[in-house]
Design a protein around this ligand. Structure first.
Ligand code: ADP
Ligand code: MG
Length: 453
């Protein structure tokens, strides 16, 4: 009964909290049985998660739920050991829906452009010397898309430094300042995959017009175009058409254009027509400011000396800083202690050894095998049974995302498959998990349990 409400709510939550929080607290939740319309029960994998959500997120979740089901008045988080599984939907037809007392139109989710996450806003972007210029350029473009000299704007820099955040912030800003503008946000990988699909389905006309009609085209991680000749060609024409019509193009990449390998010269030269700005890793002051901001978002009171300790000892990657805050919260809630420098020291020490180096391939394979109840040997050898093949693909996907091993090594560990098989598996699972919520949740669950071990 509440299924749809919960799905929409979960979507809203995903758009309002960062990835770490979402994966740690929300994505493992399952909807429990409920006797009436006025309450919703969510089952957490353990007591710790249910307690945490109850203390920190109850109000927020309730208000989101009520957007879709105004009759709900309470939300309960319970641990799986205390849960009654959701009953299958009754076969009998539902009673005629009650008219809503106040409004006639059902509440609509706020308008958003596909692919844009509202969490990425200029307001929540902490500025420091390493990203100041990039932020100002991004804001200038967002205020007057296509009207500045910064066309295209290309933002480049290392992993986890805020490129996607700024790119999406532009999209979100334009979305509210220029509601009639059409905005396209996508990664270059998505561009590539959609293009391949369009060719396969004889549908390139539609594909072409879709992006050439954008007022603002935001393409993330263009380094992925490397070596993909026909995709580059298609993108080249898209770029020209938008540019000639005064439409705004914003791109991100991990390296400055001139250093991008495998990209056609004519594309590289166009990328440099407008403005290229880099993002540098944040200095200590900025790291502390970011930590402060993230702690505030969670109503967490972390003493200044502790923030400095974290800032000094945790790498400059902002995604990792976010991860640390989450872990501190988790530890403090489990042990019901205050956040002291000693507590934080232990956590930081455990976390700075990069997570990826900690997780072994064997551990990934074992965990996935246990989850799907498939013998480990079957995943490791050439067994072609459908369930085994699927489970193997999931394991490859997770291995790529949680370990530092190369595609080649991963392939060798799965019955001596070559690296193109691994790429194929990763693409396939990536595509499936976009469409299949339960697969996505299973994968998040497995990844989380690997990280928590
Ligand atoms: P990139 O695309 O460069 O790899 P992201 O934009 O995905 O990095 O940033 C990683 C995480 O760090 C995101 O959750 C983002 O919101 C956060 N983040 C990055 N830079 C900042 C910043 N200056 N202020 C606040 N949060 C930031
Ligand atoms: Mg990114």
């Amino acid at each position: 009964m509440h299924k749809e409400t919960w799905e929409k709510t979960l979507q809203d939550i995903a758009e309002s909290v960062d990835e770490h929080r979402f994966q740690t607290w929300f994505s493992p939740l399952k909807l429990g049985a409920s006797d009436d319309q006025s309450s919703i029960t969510l089952i957490a994998p353990n007591r710790f998660v249910s307690d945490f959500l109850d203390q920190h997120y109850k109000e927020r979740v309730l208000s989101l739920v009520r957007k879709y089901s105004p009759l709900v008045h309470s939300v309960f988080f319970i641990a799986t050991e205390n849960a009654i599984p959701q009953e299958p939907a009754p076969e009998t037809p539902e009673p005629t829906p009650q008219p809503r007392p106040s409004d006639s139109t059902p509440p609509r989710p706020e308008s958003s452009s596909p692919g844009l996450n509202k969490r990425f806003a200029f307001d929540s972007f902490v500025v420091g010397s390493g990203n100041e210029f990039a932020k100002s350029a991004a804001l200038a473009v967002a205020e007057a898309p296509g009207k500045t000299k910064f066309n295209p704007l290309l933002i480049y820099g290392g992993v986890g430094l805020g490129k996607t955040h700024l790119l999406q912030a532009i999209g979100n800003y334009v979305l509210s300042a220029y509601p009639s503008h059409s905005i396209s946000y996508l990664t270059s990988e998505e561009f590539y995959l959609q293009f391949i699909d369009a060719i396969k389905n004889n549908n390139t006309k539609f594909f072409t017009s879709q992006y050439r009609n954008s007022d603002v085209l935001l393409v993330d991680d263009v380094q992925f175009f490397s070596g993909k000749e026909s995709t580059q060609e298609e993108f080249f024409y898209t770029f020209n058409s938008l540019y000639q019509n005064g439409k705004q193009i914003v791109l991100t990449s991990d390296l400055p254009p001139a250093a991008l390998k495998g990209l056609q010269d004519r594309l590289i030269s166009r990328f440099q027509w407008g403005l290229c700005v880099d993002i540098q890793p944040p200095d200590l002051e900025t790291r502390v400011a970011i930590l402060k901001r993230k702690a505030e978002e969670d109503n967490l009171n972390i003493p200044e000396n502790v923030l400095y300790y974290i800032g000094e000892n945790v790498s400059s990657n902002i995604r990792e800083l976010e991860g640390i805050i989450i872990r501190i919260l988790a530890y403090a809630s489990i042990t019901k202690t205050d956040i002291t420098i000693d507590l934080v020291k232990t956590i930081v020490k455990r976390s700075v050894q990069p997570e990826k180096a900690r997780i072994s391939l064997d551990h990934v394979i074992q965990t996935v095998a246990d989850f799907y109840k498939v013998p480990v040997n079957n995943i490791r050898d050439k067994n072609r049974r459908k369930e085994v093949a699927h489970c193997r693909q999931v394991a490859m996907y997770i291995a790529k995302n949680t370990t530092n091993h190369s595609l080649k090594t991963i392939g060798l560990n799965f019955g001596g498959r070559d690296h193109s098989t691994v790429i194929h598996a990763i693409h396939q699972i990536d595509e499936q998990r976009k469409k299949d919520d339960s697969l996505r949740r299973d994968i998040d669950y497995i990844i989380n349990s690997l990280k928590m071990d």
